[in-house]
Design a protein around this ligand. Sequence first.
Ligand code: HSE
Length: 434
Amino acid sequence: MDVISVGIIGFGTVGTGTARILTERRRELESRLGFSVALKNIADLDTKRDRGVKLGRGVLIRDADVILDDPEIDIVVELIGGIHPAKEIILKAVKNGKHVVTANKALLAEKGREIFRAAAKHRVDIGFEAAVAGSIPIIKVVRESLAGNRIRNIYGIINGTANYILTKMTEEGVDFDAALREAQELGYAEADPTFDIEGIDSAHKLAILASLSFGIPFSFRKIYTEGITAITPLDIRFASEFGYKIKLVAIAKQADGELELRVHPTMIPANELISGVSGVFNAVYIEGDATGPALYYGKGAGEMPTGSAIVSDIIDIARNIRTGAVERFRRAGIPENPGIRIRKMQDIRTGYYLRFSAIDKPGVLSRISGILGSYNISIKSMIQKGRKREKAVPVVMMTHEAREKDMMQALRKIDRLAVVSGKTMYLRVEGGEE
Ligand code: HSE
């Protein structure tokens, strides 16, 4: 029986899941595929820690170059993350004629052009299913299942850590730091967790999804990105009173011939399916012109869910090698649709949630609403909690759709009022506009 040989570089959370599946299910995979996929080596600087996976003697090594220079290895799996030395490792693998599987969304979003160019030159494939939304086969969905569609909009909850934190804060009243610590212990968070909580990881994934869906280059630098660190339990409670949930959402949305690309905490009506996506689960809502709306749902991080996505790429590539069908896909990240413009953030239109800290005295509300009105911003509903004569109380409003630029200018003016203390908290709202 023929053997396709695999070398993994990086034996962390995802490396462990991948190695577990390849070794513990080797026979099952063999009978499913009709050929064998063998894990020849894993390279990691830490060769001592017990990951709970039984490996044969000599499989775990320290030196990644042993894998990269081994003529027997067909597929190199890069799982060290980050830009350097992951980029150099992948480029060397490609140059040596090896196919590559990676979960490295940061690298693809930022240096994808270089990586895919090199792959095309050396006629090898790059698999990156695990880079976006963990166990959900969303790359396959966009590239294959929806190939006959024009994709209109994408809304993704694509960072498990941020979703885990917001869910814990919403359902258990846990504070931000404790929830983040738990997510780190469970192996969901990035090496640098600011990537998770500041929306950067979601933006990396959105850059990949948007490139495949809209035929644009990887546009990570053009994505407006805002994290979840300013969300307070108070905002979560108010959101719930208005019938909304707060989620970190990655949005690629067509509007007036332009494409909006943004990641920010977003209020979504609590009765929409995507609002029910809790904990480490991810969901990607995609509206194709032929399919209509569809929601793809599953675990977005963790050892086995992401390991499963890596193994699916290994198997795809192994099948391609066996049938001589490598390079089935157009190179990712090349502009097919150079005409589409990325919309400036100041031009987007959404509803807004506003929480002012306003002195409780006559005439204050009319000053705030007067400024909003002068910027063409219309109030939809309002709550004021408590009564503290002459002291600051939270005043919360939901607005109808307004232009971002108008809203920012209005808030700057409102925050300068003597009767408003502190900076106004605002959140963008998607859905629920009648
Ligand atoms: N840190 C990422 C997350 C891992 O929390 O979703 C999966 O990409």
